[in-house]
Design a protein around this ligand. Structure first.
Ligand code: PBG
Length: 331
């Protein structure tokens, strides 16, 4: 009786470093990373965010320094989020329209520090500016109004565009906002400003530390389920993406990240457009907690999860681990 051999040995190509490198299907580089940063008032201020160990809010000068760091690391884009002082928050979120708000000052500081060496992505939604912590304007019953909110979001987008934003990223989930923003950008001479739509954004339990960072957690009553998506739904995500593309989005985002890789893959296969994922604050905190508890090696956990996004079809990932990952990748 002859010995039985496996007809195919998949382990053969895995046996050495050089062979694994040769057969690797996906690569991650610093150019795949978008680094989210939190902006706060003051000069020379760094405020650590307790629920996001290793992440701080920076005053505008510190944001400029982070931008220089990002350029040196090969990170192509920053995402900005303001921690608006309490006295500037209001029911209508009017501070979002102030040409000298934290966001606009941070954009200009990055531009002064780095010119066009780095992209600036700006979040469009009212939650860092409202006294109630919702992303839009409320009616008497506390329902987030769609069309009235869009008027403010358009103003907010034009304000960011005038300050020098490169990518407008609406994260508010109002129906029709991408089209309204696109049209306003065209009319105001900003034809080359991109829109990255938070197209499939879920009402997630993973946003807690972010809300601490922008100071909206204590203000928010209730939840965001009347506009953010139900985690049970996937077909609906495809409809959201189809609309945002039709309305003029240049790229789309899925958020959160790791729990929604199935959505990333389906969006990529169906639409063949640039897809990004946001590995959100709660995901970052989970990895940090695992590393701190000795349940896994931080670098290993970070690089494996980021590669998973590439494998799923992402063009890039928004991650608070961007500087660490870029350092690791650069050796
Ligand atoms: C707000 C916004 C949120 C995040 C990005 N933009 C939170 C929310 O919708 O409540 C979350 C990002 C993160 O958790 O890292 N429009």
């Amino acid at each position: 009786m002859s010995a039985s051999y496996p007809a195919i040995r998949l382990r053969r190509t895995r046996a050495t470093n050089w062979s694994r490198a040769l057969h690797r299907e996906n690569v991650l580089t610093p150019a795949d990373l978008i680094w989210p940063l939190f902006v706060t008032e003051g000069q020379n201020v760094e405020e650590p965010v307790a629920s996001l160990p290793g992440v701080s809010r920076w005053s505008v000068d510190g944001i400029a320094a982070r931008a220089r760091e990002a350029v040196a690391l090969g990170i192509p884009c920053l995402a900005l989020f303001p921690n608006t002082p309490a006295e500037k928050r209001s029911d209508d979120g009017a501070e979002a329209l102030n040409p000298d708000n934290l966001m606009c000052r941070a954009i200009r500081a990055i531009r002064d520090a780095c010119g066009t060496d780095i992209g600036v992505l700006t979040d469009v939604a009212l939650d860092p500016y409202t006294a109630h912590g919702q992303d839009g304007l409320l009616d008497e019953a506390g329902y987030v109004l769609n069309d009235a909110t869009i008027d403010t979001l358009v103003g907010q987008s034009l304000n960011q565009a005038a300050a020098g934003a490169d990518i407008i990223a609406p994260s508010d989930m109002m129906d029709g906002r991408v089209g309204a923003i696109r049209e306003a950008l065209e009319e105001e001479g900003h034809a080359n400003i991109q829109i990255m739509a938070y197209a499939a954004k879920y009402a997630s339990a993973f946003y807690g530390p972010f809300r601490d960072a922008v100071g909206s957690r204590g203000l928010l009553k209730g939840d965001k389920k009347t506009y953010q998506m139900d985690p049970a739904n996937a077909e609906e995500a495809l409809r959201e993406v189809a609309l945002d593309i039709a309305e003029g989005a240049d790229s789309v985002m899925v958020k959160p990240g790791l729990p929604y890789l199935d959505i990333v893959r389906r969006v990529k296969e169906r639409f063949e457009v640039p897809v990004f994922a946001y590995q959100v604050s709660g995901e970052y905190a989970m990895i940090e907690a695992a590393a701190a508890a000795g349940a896994g090696d931080r670098a290993g956990l970070v690089m494996e999860t980021l590669m998973a996004f590439k494998r799923a079809g992402c063009s890039g990932v928004l991650t608070y681990h961007a500087p660490l990952a870029a350092q690791i990748l650069r050796g």
